[in-house]
Design a protein around this ligand. Structure first.
Ligand code: M6R
Length: 655
């Protein structure tokens, strides 16, 4: 979830880029940079093309012909980039800028965008993940390209360079080799040719010294818009970046490119055929635009789950082999493991509880889960035959970090699962699996939770494949089903009316306490539903295994206590229904999460939140979504600040 801004017009580009990037700060980032094409008419930097901060070294720009293409990059907040630009200003009215939220490679100046090609004439910024970057980099290396960063992005710059250069030497064969004087078209042709080689998600903005008044932008599976001004145009990953200058935007679609100049914008497909642009007049306030039109970050992040899941799962099964090189354990070492021990806190702990069940069923390996705050003082029985999995979206949770140290001191191998590249857990664990869910700003974990579940499923599949506990066909079927979840969740999110209506009813808004019930893998789902409700609505919520209810919690049941049951299709479905009948007999208000098509559930509940049918072990992701929304809408109806609930912080860096 990095931020892209590009500008071409009459103003000083650096100012426009900095103000646009500042508008994208809410997306989260850990480094930033700009590339500006120096205008000959301006008076700075005549004698140095290479940026002092550009310790990535790829500042080998030329001084003949057009103006120099110069970079400024810095680690940390935009203030650091502004300081660098104040110290050594860059003048020019065409530029691209970027805030990077690290995914491949740590947050360093070398890894910060923009990235250049070998010639230094091309600069590029990118959001997204290139899945096949490793093989492309190898191929480009063999062709003589050298790389100065650990990023997947730099590969795109060199790939475009290849196609740019080919246009000098090859006869035109089809649209990728364009011989035309239309500004920007040669660069667009090189970008289009590169796009055909890229697998994954990307939004890019590219500039080239030999196409001085233009920027080429392109996208696939990653958002990008063009802002239309008077004698100036903009490109950005999100609307807030351009709202100060214009409210007229073009929404780029997948596999579309745009050539921007001060005079106009042309939208093309990858065959370089002109497309009818989708125009939008933005009537939102800036604040609403930062939230993508959603009322709160939490709601936005709930809706980002399909994308987040896609990113987590991308490229994890290739030719039938589960891809998890991060694990750094070969089959023999995996065979030598005698247990998995999961440590985590809060919502991440619930992801661990789900993984515990999945690991044992798929990989037949004894798995234990403990809250990190308990584990660190518990004298746990672990050794070099234990794989410890530390789950923490922030990567900064003090108790989990202490648990990681404790586990390593006892000889265990520690894998971290986190969403934040370069966070502390990534430096302390032996290996890291990133969830790639994008920054999560709302304090309540939503998309990071479902992404953690997806990552843990991949880990369980990997262990199962190495240990031979699942047939190959079954592994492939599970992965296929996992891959269908983003689409299913996207559909679920289109139908929230029942949840919203239920949440605004008296029974929910005025509840003092509530009970979440589930069985099997439904128990941690119920726990997560209860945590979401209590942390943002301040209604007490307790989660219990449904079968345990009669051993105590049933005493709480009254007409004022809403009961939320997880009754999706599962081996224990009938048992859950019996437990629900017990609470109904005591006049509880019942809401059920159930599988689409199961109409009988309506006999047992005032409200049924239907979720798509998936295998029992994959059901937590789809079953959690309505619980997130229920908590959200109840909290909103009670007037709570859902993004920043009282007493809570996004990362808990103290014990
Ligand atoms: O960053 P972590 O995943 O380690 O955070 C652990 C908990 O503090 C966190 O999951 C917390 O419970 C959630 N914000 C609740 O929504």
């Amino acid at each position: 979830m990095c931020g892209i801004v590009g500008y071409v017009g009459d103003r000083q580009a650096a100012e426009v880029l900095l103000s646009g990037l500042a508008r994208l700060e809410y997306r989260g980032y850990d480094s930033a940079g700009v590339a500006i094409l120096h205008d000959h008419g301006h008076d700075h930097n005549h004698d140095h093309d290479v940026d002092a901060d550009d310790d990535a070294g790829n500042g080998n720009s030329n001084s003949n012909g057009n103006g120099a293409l110069t970079l400024r990059k810095s680690v940390g907040k935009l203030a650091a980039l502004r300081e660098a630009l104040d110290a050594e200003p860059l003048s020019g009215s065409v530029g691209i800028g970027h805030t990077r939220w690290a995914t491949h490679g740590r947050p360093t100046v070398a890894n910060a965008h923009p990235h250049r090609d070998c010639s230094g004439d091309l600069a590029l910024v990118h959001n997204g993940i290139i899945e096949n970057y490793a093989s492309l980099r190898e191929e480009l290396r063999r062709e003589g390209h050298s790389f100065l960063s650990d990023t997947d992005t730099e590969v795109i710059a060199h790939l475009i360079e290849t196609y740019w250069n080919e246009q000098d030497t090859k006869q035109p064969t089809g649209s990728e080799y364009v011989q035309t004087s239309q500004p920007g078209l040669r660069l667009a042709a090189a970008v289009a040719a590169a796009m055909r080689r890229l697998k994954g998600a990307y939004a890019i903005a590219v500039m080239h010294r030999d196409e001085p008044g233009t920027i080429v932008a392109a996208r696939k599976d990653s958002p990008l818009i063009v802002g239309l001004g008077q004698d100036e145009n903009f490109v950005a990953s999100d609307i807030p970046a351009v709202l100060e200058y214009t409210r007229e935007v073009v929404i780029l679609h997948d596999d579309e490119l745009a050539i921007l100049s001060a005079d106009g914008v042309t939208v093309l497909n990858t065959c370089l055929e002109e497309q009818e642009p989708e125009l939008l007049h933005v009537a939102w306030s800036l604040e609403a635009a930062e939230k993508g039109g959603y009322e709160d970050f939490m709601l936005k992040e709930i809706h980002e789950q399909p994308t987040a899941l896609r990113e987590t799962l991308r490229g994890r099964l290739v030719d039938g082999v589960v891809q998890l090189s991060e694990l750094e354990l070969d089959d023999a070492e995996i065979a030598g493991l005698n247990q998995v021990f999961i440590i985590a806190c809060g919502t991440s702990y619930h992801a661990g509880r789900i993984a515990e069940i999945v690991m044992e069923v798929w990989a037949r390996i004894p798995t234990e889960v403990q809250a990190s705050s308990e584990f660190r003082y518990a004298d746990p029985i672990i050794d070099e035959h234990t794989l410890v999995v530390a789950i923490t979206q922030s990567g900064e949770t003090a108790d989990t970090l202490a648990g990681v140290r404790e586990a390593r001191a006892r000889g265990a191998k520690v894998m971290a699962i986190t969403n934040v590249v370069g966070s502390r857990v990534t430096r302390e664990a032996d290996g890291v699996i990133y969830t790639h869910a994008g920054p999560e700003i709302g304090v309540a974990a939503t998309k990071t939770f479902t992404s953690q579940i997806a990552a843990l499923n991949i880990l369980a599949l990997k262990l199962a494949q190495s240990k031979g506990t699942l047939e190959q066909r079954v592994i492939e079927d599970i992965y296929d089903e996992l891959s269908s979840l983003p689409e299913l969740v996207a559909n679920q999110l289109l139908h929230q009316d029942e949840i919203q209506a239920c949440a605004s009813g008296d029974c929910c808004i005025n509840a003092c306490t509530s009970l979440f019930l589930g069985r099997g893998i439904g128990v941690p789902v119920a726990m997560e539903g209860a945590l979401k409700l209590k942390e943002i609505s301040y209604i007490h919520a307790e989660a219990y295994p449904a079968g345990e209810m009669k051993h105590g919690p049933i005493a709480l049941i009254s007409p004022e206590v809403p009961v939320i049951g997880i009754a999706t299709n599962a081996a224990t479905y009938e048992k859950v229904i019996s437990n629900i009948e017990e609470v109904r007999a005591r006049d509880a208000q019942v809401m059920l999460v159930g599988t689409e098509g199961n109409e009988e559930l309506r006999h047992y509940a005032e409200h049924v939140f239907y979720v798509p049918e998936v295998s029992e072990l994959l059901s937590p992701i789809v079953a959690t979504v309505p619980l997130q929304l229920l908590a959200y809408y109840i909290a909103k109806a009670r007037g709570c600040n859902v993004d920043q609930p009282r007493n809570l912080a996004k990362s808990v860096t103290v014990e």
